[in-house]
Design a protein around this ligand. Structure first.
Ligand code: BGC
Length: 738
C-alpha cells in the first residue's frame, strides 16, 4: 500500500515536471512580442543576476543568466575584421588557431568608395565573420568626424562630412545586424583626438554638435537601427561621455528614442552614481578595484558591480535604473544570441576576401595623374622600380584595438609581382626605414624589418634602382605604429615621417615617371607635389591590399574613389589648427564651430592640396547642365535635380556625382555649400546616363541653437553639381516657399 502511494506520488511529480518541461516560458517563446519576453525574463531574475549582466566578466564578455539559459554576451573589435581572441583577463593572445580573419579595408577606404552597396557588402561580410566566431556584438563601426589630420584614429572613421558618413554607416549596420550580430557604433561622441582622450573636456557649440558631430550617430540609431552604441572616453560639459546626462539621456534616448544598449568604452567609466543614472548600460574594461591600479579579475569591483549592489542593499539606490539597463540588454540578446533564426555565418572565406578586394578597388583614389603616367602600360614597360617600406610592411597588425590577425595579407610588392609576373622586371629598394616593429598584443606579423644600413645608403640604392626604370612606384605614407595612424596618441605633424620627403624629391630628380602611393588613413603634406606626376591615395586595404593596388596601377581597374576629407597644404589651413584649438590642455574648444574640413577651407578661401570629394579616373566624364524639376518647393515637398553624365574616354569607369546645396541668404552663418546628395554611376566607354538626386527640406536646414530645432528658412537656394567640392560643373537656383 505504502509503496503504491509512493509510486503514485512519483508519477504525479513526473507528470507535473513533464508539463513544466513542455511549456515554453514566455521569455523563450519567439512568437511572443519582445517586450513581453523581456518582462518575463526580468521577473525571474535576482538582483545579483541583474548586476552580473551590466558589467564585464572578462576582457570581452559579460555574464548571461546561466540558470535561465540566457547566454553570455561576447564582444569583438571591430571595425575592420574580427579581432583575435585574448585571454580571459589579459590582453595576451589566447593562442587559438581558428581566429585568423579576413581583414577588410579600413573604414576610410570604405567611405572613399562613396558606394552604399559596398557598405552593405562590407557589413554583411564582417557580420558573417562575427557570427561564425559566435560574437554577439561587433565594436564598430566608428563614425567620429575628421576634425584634424593629426587624429591618430581617423583611419577607423569615415571622413569629415556628416552627410556622407550618415549614408555609409546605415548599410554597414544593416549588413552586420542581418546576421543576428549587433553593431556598437562608436565613439559617442566628440572623440576627435587621442591626446588626453580619457580626460579632455570638449567645448562645442550646439550648431556644430548637431550639424557636424551627431548626424552619423543619429542616422545609425534612427535609420540603421543599431542595437548598441559605445560611449567615448572624453568629457562633454564636464562629464565623461560614457555616463553623460546630456548626450545619453537627453539626446540619444530623449530626442532620438534609442532603445538599444549603451556600452562603455573600455575603461571609460569613472563614477558609480553617474553610471547608474546617466544612460550607461554596460561597463567594460575598467582596470582597477577602485583602490589600487591594475588588480586582476577586478570585475566584482567595477563601478556597476559591487559598489552598485551595496548602494541598493543599503537603500541608497533603487532598482529602477538597474531594471531599465537589464531590459535593454535582454532585448539585445533576444535579437542576437537568443534569436534561433539567425544565420550561422562564415569565416575567412574567399567570398569575404573578394568582398574586401572589391571595396579596396573602389576606395583607392587617384589624386593626380600628370602626363598619364598611370596606368602602367605593360606593353611598353620592361622594368618597374618599387621603392618604400610600405610596399612590404604588413598593415593589418597594429594601430590599437582594430589590430587583426589576418588569414593572409598581400603586400603591394607581392600584389604587383603576382599581377605582372614575367611581363616586366620588378626591382625593389626600401629607400627609408620607418618602423620595424611587427607585433601588437602578441600578434606578430612575422616580418623581420630590421635594417642596419644608413639613410644615405638606402637612398643611394633607391636612386640607383629608380634611374633606369621605366616607371617608379613609391609606397610610403604612414603606418600603424604609435604617433602614426594608431589609437592612443595623435600624429605630431602633417609631414611624412622617416625622411620620406627627401627620398621622394630625390627620386623625382632621377626619374620623371614617378608614382607616389600614400598608404595612410590621414592626409599628409606633399611639399614635392609639383615634382611627382602621379599620386594615389592607397589607404589601409586589408587582406587583398596588394591585389587591389596592382589592379589600379596597371589599369585592370579604373580608379573611382573620392576623398572623404580635405588634404590641406599645411596644418594651419585646417580650422582646428588655425584657431589653435588642438589638442588643448585638458579643455579643447571647437572654435571653428560648424566650419570643419571643406567648410573651413571654403569660408577662408583656402585652396587645399586636394579637396573633399576629389578623385580622378583613367577616363573623363562630361557633365551636362543640372536642371531642377521645379523652381519652388514647399516644405512638405521634394525636389529632384537631374544631370547627364557622359564617359568621354575609351575606358569604362565610375563617377560619383555630388550634390551640394548653398543657402543664398540665411539668418545664421552657413557654409559656402554642403554635401546633400551623391550618386555613383558606372558608365561604359562612350555611354551617357542621367543621374537624378532628390532631396527634401532636410537638405536645406540648419540647426537653430536658440530654437533648439532644425530650421529650413524660406528663400533662395542653389543646387551645385560637381565632381568634387572644388570642381563644380553647373548649378541651378530654386526656392523654398513660405
Ligand atoms: C577602444 C575601442 C575598442 C575597445 C575594446 C578601446 O580602447 O577605444 O574602440 O572597441 O578598446 O578593444
Amino acid at each position: 500500500m505504502r509503496i503504491s502511494i509512493a509510486i503514485a506520488a512519483l508519477m504525479l511529480l513526473g507528470s507535473v515536471r513533464m508539463q513544466a518541461q513542455t511549456k515554453t516560458p514566455v521569455y523563450l517563446d519567439e512568437t511572443k512580442p519582445i517586450r513581453e519576453r523581456v518582462e518575463d525574463a526580468l521577473s525571474r531574475m535576482t538582483t545579483q543576476e541583474k548586476i552580473a549582466m551590466i558589467h564585464a566578466q572578462s576582457k570581452f564578455s559579460s555574464a548571461g543568466v546561466p540558470r535561465l539559459g540566457i547566454p553570455d554576451i561576447w564582444m569583438t573589435d571591430g571595425p575592420h575584421g574580427i579581432r583575435p581572441d585574448v585571454l580571459w583577463d589579459e590582453w595576451k593572445q589566447a593562442g587559438f588557431t581558428n581566429d585568423s580573419c579576413i581583414a577588410f579595408p579600413a573604414l576610410t577606404a570604405l567611405a572613399a568608395t562613396w558606394n552604399k552597396d559596398l557598405a552593405l557588402l562590407y557589413g554583411t561580410s564582417i557580420g558573417e565573420e562575427a557570427r561564425y566566431r559566435n560574437k554577439t556584438v561587433l565594436l564598430g563601426p566608428g563614425v567620429n568626424i575628421y576634425r584634424t589630420p593629426l587624429n591618430g584614429r581617423n583611419f577607423e572613421y569615415m571622413g569629415e562630412d556628416p552627410f556622407l558618413t550618415s549614408k555609409m554607416v546605415v548599410p554597414y549596420i544593416k549588413g552586420v545586424q542581418s546576421n543576428g550580430v549587433a553593431t556598437c557604433v562608436k565613439h559617442f561622441a566628440l572623440n576627435n583626438q587621442e591626446t588626453d582622450r580619457h580626460k579632455v573636456n570638449v567645448n562645442v557649440d550646439d550648431r556644430a554638435l548637431y550639424e557636424i558631430y551627431l548626424p552619423a550617430f543619429k542616422a545609425a540609431v534612427q535609420e540603421g537601427g543599431t542595437l548598441a552604441i559605445m560611449g567615448s572616453y572624453n568629457k562633454y560639459k564636464g562629464q565623461h561621455c560614457c555616463h553623460n546626462q546630456y548626450l545619453l539621456n537627453d539626446i540619444l534616448r530623449g530626442e532620438w528614442g534609442f532603445e538599444g544598449v549603451v556600452v562603455a568604452d573600455w575603461g571609460g567609466v569613472h563614477d558609480t552614481r553617474q553610471a547608474i543614472t546617466n544612460g550607461l548600460d554596460m561597463e567594460f574594461g575598467t582596470w582597477t578595484d577602485g583602490l589600487s591600479w591594475g588588480t586582476s579579475n577586478a570585475y566584482d569591483n567595477y563601478y556597476l558591480a559591487r559598489p552598485y549592489l551595496d548602494l541598493i542593499n543599503k537603500g541608497e539606490a533603487g532598482t529602477k535604473e538597474l531594471d531599465e539597463k537589464v531590459r535593454r540588454i535582454l532585448r539585445l540578446s533576444f535579437l542576437t544570441n537568443m534569436n534561433t533564426k539567425r544565420p550561422f555565418g562564415s569565416f575567412g572565406t574567399p567570398e569575404h576576401a573578394l568582398a574586401g578586394r572589391r571595396i579596396a578597388e573602389e576606395g583607392i583614389v587617384l589624386l593626380q595623374n600628370n602626363n598619364n603616367v598611370l596606368p602602367i602600360d605593360l606593353s611598353k614597360t620592361k622594368k618597374i622600380a618599387v621603392i618604400g617600406e610600405n610596399a612590404i610592411k604588413m598593415m593589418t597588425v597594429g594601430g590599437g584595438s582594430s589590430s587583426l590577425k589576418a588569414k593572409y595579407e598581400i603586400s603591394p610588392l607581392e600584389g604587383l609581382k603576382k599581377r605582372i609576373g614575367t611581363q616586366a622586371e620588378i626591382v625593389y629598394a626600401r629607400g627609408y626605414v620607418g618602423d620595424t616593429s611587427n607585433n601588437y598584443n602578441g600578434v606578430a606579423s612575422g616580418q623581420d624589418l630590421s635594417e642596419k644600413r644608413s639613410a644615405e645608403v638606402l637612398l643611394a640604392e633607391a636612386l640607383k634602382v629608380a634611374k633606369d626604370a621605366d616607371v617608379v612606384i613609391f609606397f610610403g605614407g604612414l603606418n600603424k605604429s604609435d604617433f602614426q595612424d594608431s589609437e592612443g596618441n595623435d600624429r605630431k605633424s602633417l609631414g611624412l615621417p622617416y625622411n620620406q620627403d627627401k627620398v621622394v624629391s630625390e627620386l623625382a630628380k632621377v626619374n620623371k615617371k614617378l608614382v607616389f602611393v600614400n598608404i595612410s588613413g590621414n592626409a599628409v603634406a606633399m611639399p614635392w607635389v609639383k615634382e611627382v606626376p602621379s599620386i594615389v591615395q592607397g589607404w589601409f586595404l586589408g587582406t587583398e591590399a596588394g591585389t587591389a593596388l596592382a589592379e589600379v596601377l596597371v589599369g585592370d581597374v579604373n580608379p573611382s574613389g573620392k576623398l572623404t576629407f580635405t588634404f590641406p597644404v599645411k596644418l594651419e589651413d585646417n580650422g582646428a589648427h588655425s584657431t589653435g584649438e588642438f589638442p588643448g590642455n585638458g579643455e579643447v574648444t571647437y572654435k571653428e564651430g560648424i566650419f570643419v574640413g571643406y567648410r573651413w577651407a571654403e569660408k577662408q578661401k583656402i585652396k587645399p592640396l586636394f579637396s573633399f570629394g576629389h578623385g580622378l579616373s583613367y577616363t573623363t566624364f562630361e557633365y551636362g547642365a543640372v536642371t531642377a524639376d521645379k523652381k519652388t518647393m514647399s516644405s512638405s515637398d521634394k525636389i529632384t535635380f537631374n544631370v547627364t553624365i557622359k564617359n568621354k574616354g575609351t575606358r569604362d569607369g565610375s563617377e560619383t556625382v555630388q550634390l551640394y546645396i548653398t543657402d543664398v541668404k540665411s539668418s545664421l552663418p552657413r557654409p559656402v555649400k554642403e554635401l546633400k546628395g551623391f550618386e555613383k554611376v558606372f558608365l561604359k566607354a562612350g555611354e551617357q546616363k542621367t543621374v537624378s538626386i532628390t532631396v527634401d527640406k532636410s537638405a536645406l536646414s540648419f540647426f537653430d541653437d536658440k530654437k533648439h530645432a532644425w530650421v529650413a528658412e524660406p528663400g533662395d537656394f542653389e543646387a551645385l553639381i560637381g565632381a568634387s567640392s572644388s570642381d563644380i560643373r553647373s548649378k541651378v537656383k530654386f526656392a523654398l516657399a513660405d
